[in-house]
Design a protein around this ligand. Sequence first.
Ligand code: SAM
Length: 286
Amino acid sequence: MTQQPPPAAGPAGPPDLPDRVAKVYGELDLSTVPAFAGGFINFGYWAGLTGPADRQLTEADRVRSEEDLYRLVLETFEPAQGRTALEVGCGRGLGCALALREYGLGTVIGLDAHPDQIARARKANAELLAASPDTTGRLEFLQGAAQQIPLPDGSVDCLFSVEAAQHFRDLPGFARESARVLRAGGRLALTTFFARTPAAARALPGLLPPYADGLDVPHVVDEVAATLSAAGLRQVRVRPIGEGVWEAYDRYMAQQPELRDEWPRRYLTAYETGLLDYYVLTATAG
Ligand SMILES: C[S@@+](CC[C@H](N)C(=O)[O-])C[C@H]1O[C@@H](n2cnc3c(N)ncnc32)[C@H](O)[C@@H]1O
């Protein structure tokens, strides 16, 4: 396996992304739309957060759900003390900051293919970056694509990715690069939504605009797991977590006047009709 060059320190180049993905995370800045909150961009993990069915869910609940999705993933690495972690598709880097604050990691590297997201991550985490590594572990943000990770072989103990893999066109490339940058025995944890079956993957573009407009790819969950195994990762496990995601996310949407008539409420329909689910996939390298 060839050693990759160290990360380039020069100015950010153009995004290595399909046009629609580049637009959504560039000029449209998805983190600013009201369905998300706190600078995160994920549907959230809501188990234990919702309370009685008539309770109004707040923006603080929404942020907490997005943080808890990260916690669900990061808990799979414990004990993580002093280790080096890489997030692939870090967005504004708030999950990297959480990982550093709460899990005692030695180094957290946030990687994103969009230069605007890397610039936002550096701005949003400026204080932590200035303090790093003197009062915390080390924090870094790098521009780079999942399918071409600008890090050396065997340099990472824990690799995680939160709601980004639905964008990856080259999943085998991501799997190969994950297996390459992880040390033997290193751990991968990936969470996002995938199609449940090949027939569902064919139906999803008819229901959900992001599959039709080129933002998302309807990867089939078993094929994703097989792709990780084919890249040499071991002990690949798939855990559906939709029970803690879709109903509460939909309730939050339904309670916001500006969101209740929006198409993202169709995600609950897609879940309830068996087309997609939210998953955590874990694997071990070497
Ligand atoms: C839905 S956002 C999730 C951001 C963050 N993980 C969170 O939960 O708040 C997806 C992110 O993945 C990035 N992304 C999409 N395709 C990528 C690729 N091939 N390689 C690296 N990053 C990618 C996007 O630029 C975007 O910032």
